[in-house]
Design a protein around this ligand. Sequence first.
Ligand SMILES: [Zn+2]
Length: 370
Amino acid sequence: MAHPDHLAQSDTQSNRGAKYAPGESRGGMRERLRSIPPSQAAAVLKGQANTAELPADPRLLAASGYAAATERLKVRRATPDTLEGLLLIAEMDAARLPAVVGDLDARHTLDPWLASVSDADLAQQALPLLRVLEHARKQGREPLRERAIRALELRGEDPDERLGTYDRTRDVRTHYSEELAEQKPDGTWTTNTYSADKAYSLGITRDEVVVSVRIRLHPDVAAGDPEALKARWRDGITAVWNGKYKVTNGRKKLPLRFRPLFIPAPEPRASHQEVRIIPGPSRSNETRWDTEDQGRTTAAHEFGHMVGARDEYSMPMKDEKDQVVASYDETDSIMSGDYGRVQPRHLEEIRRDLNRMRSPKEPEFRVEPL
Ligand SMILES: [Zn+2]
């Protein structure tokens, strides 16, 4: 792929945005941009500047966060800070990002990577974020990397799949059931059987084991803002499940990363779960989430079912004749009513499935705290 002449390209973009003052040179534009105080520059980048407080020229720029951002990126070098800026733009308006990154790439550090990708790949919408992600990884910038991962995940994209970093993957689907105890009005006990589906993809990279669940959301007409719900649930689930455990077999130590991917309803990709969003408050289960469900509690609990963890409340306590005589709840468990922590037993299905992916002489994996 040939790199466009950057000056010609950026002039085209600037003309489109019409951000030069009449008769103003490129150098003049740069000088004006340099005069933006750093405290305001971040807000301008985000398109959130309080324009009344800005000096006259930046106020013009703030009218278009995109134009301000591209110009700022041209004036300064493509340092990690400008990449942070790019990510902010991505969150603000993903549709504008390809043009911004294309402009930046033509001259700066992303050149070699850009030269190696196909035009077909370039046409993919997620690519600019993938570039940011690659760059962040190479530079060891963890917070930036995590933000790029989050932005991709919120679009239902698996960053490792897109970057081709999985060594091995395995798709797992199993139906399972559980018995919960219930007390009848006459005081005697009975059990009810509930069923659920364990379904996820396991992926092994050089650095991690990723457990991803593609969840297709079907919002009821009256059910909240799906984008806001996605963000709340994704962040809550990852806060509860990620950064807690690793798998090890003596040779490898791989942290477990959990990845809920909310794919939009019209998407043709196969899902692991189809989840209906209903107006809350209501009773949620694995495939019915209500708009008041919180990420760290209900969503993280239902996600547990998706990766094969059973309920740990109302569990039947039986006597020697196998009669149910009471029920009990686990404490400090995300699978019980107190929404506590993820425990190693919740990862048992994953451990077993992972061991089925081993190469012939690879020792068995076990789960340990990170
Ligand atoms: Zn449950």
